[in-house]
Design a protein. Structure first.
Length: 364
């Protein structure tokens, strides 16, 4: 992030916990509402793709297909009109069916695009800095604590940087936008907010030549994106509340990513609301490659680095956004099943609601 020190900050209007897509765009929308904002995440927002986005501290955004289309393109274009280039790249979308209901390769004619995350993350970080958003690379230690005393109001956060330095922050309002980490920050969150583990293969460069001809590779190397006509992950999320044992699905897709591509994805959902320990990476990669082989054996055999991250979702498909009723001043912004489609518009709406709440609190 732009400024990562833990020097005293005083009292700010809003602290946003979580520096992925959801937290970053919400912080941007809050700054547009003229609120003083601090954005907190365990790794620099601008470092997603520089090695700091790997491992358990990565926001799920860092390993996303980052595709967006249809009406959802409108809010992204509006963001670029206000803030300049954020990395939106037009793409030709190709869709395929599942093994159970195969369809011919199709080229979807509606507008479609992809966020180039190598451009988006640093551009967003720079824009936040320009608008006065303080960006802190630190972990939040435990749930926020309500300030005590008559007329105190607000919430206190205990922070720790990667090098062990401690700090504190007081904010009038706090937003939980840490995805799969939200429940650890506030355990009483509704049970419809759940988590899964998503895994993909990172192809750091294009195989040249490919071991066997692959129409997937041809389409993506020509600037397209290959995605399933329906993500089975969504069905798994809807029935997650009834699971008695872990379940997983593979939604085969291939998209440009940096100098290479992302190939995936496997989604693992466990019973209950707790995230639990990361699944065995070797087992997850084996299941992913087995699923990919049903679509294109060439792709399933390609060398690539396996990566997995925890993600949040909601069992009813509706993201968990808004105030936490039993904790005035505490908000949540998580559980997006299609974050690149949903977050920009939702961030604008939540920022407006928080600005109204802030004005009311100042007037009381």
């Amino acid at each position: 992030m732009g400024r990562v020190g833990l020097s005293p900050l005083g009292r700010v209007d809003v602290a946003v916990i979580g520096a992925g897509l959801a937290g970053g765009l919400l912080a941007l929308a809050l700054a547009e509402q003229q609120l003083s904002v601090v954005l907190i995440g365990p790794a620099p927002l601008a470092g997603w793709l520089s090695g700091q986005g790997a491992g358990p501290i990565a926001p799920a955004t860092a390993w996303s297909y980052a595709g967006v289309g249809g009406a959802a393109l409108g809010p992204w274009k509006a963001l670029e009109q206000r803030h300049g280039d954020l990395g939106l790249v037009p793409r030709r979308l190709h869709v395929h069916g599942s093994p159970l209901a195969p369809v011919a390769w199709l080229w979807r004619r509606e507008p479609f695009a992809q966020l180039d995350l190598a451009r988006f993350a640093p551009a967003l970080s720079a824009r936040l800095e320009h608008l006065g958003v303080r960006q802190i690379a630190a972990a939040v230690l435990g749930p926020p604590s309500p300030m005590q005393g008559e007329g105190a109001g607000g919430w206190q956060l205990a922070l720790q940087s990667a090098d062990g330095r401690a700090g504190e922050l007081v904010a009038r309002q706090v937003v939980l936008a840490a995805g799969a980490g939200c429940r650890a920050l506030w355990p009483p969150l509704p049970e419809r907010l759940r988590t899964s583990w998503a895994g993909l293969l990172q192809l750091e460069c294009w195989p040249d030549p490919a071991p066997r001809p692959s129409r997937w590779l041809r389409r993506v190397r020509a600037g397209g994106m290959v995605l399933p006509s329906r993500f089975e992950r969504l069905d798994l999320e809807r029935r997650s509340a009834t699971l008695e044992q872990p379940a997983w699905v593979v939604d085969a897709g291939l998209v440009p990513w940096g100098e290479g591509a992302l190939l995936g994805q496997i989604s693992l959902v466990r019973p209950g609301v707790e995230l639990g320990e990361p699944p065995d990476a070797a087992w997850m990669e084996a299941q992913l490659r087995r699923g990919l082989a049903q679509f294109d054996p060439t792709l399933a055999a390609l060398p690539g680095r396996y990566c997995q991250v925890p993600v949040s979702f909601c069992t009813d498909g509706r993201p968990l956004v808004g105030p936490i009723d039993e904790a005035p001043g505490l908000w949540v912004f998580a559980g997006f099943s299609g974050a690149f489609f949903q977050v920009p518009a939702a961030a604008t709406e939540q920022a407006a609601a928080m600005a109204t709440a802030s004005a009311a609190a100042r007037a009381s």
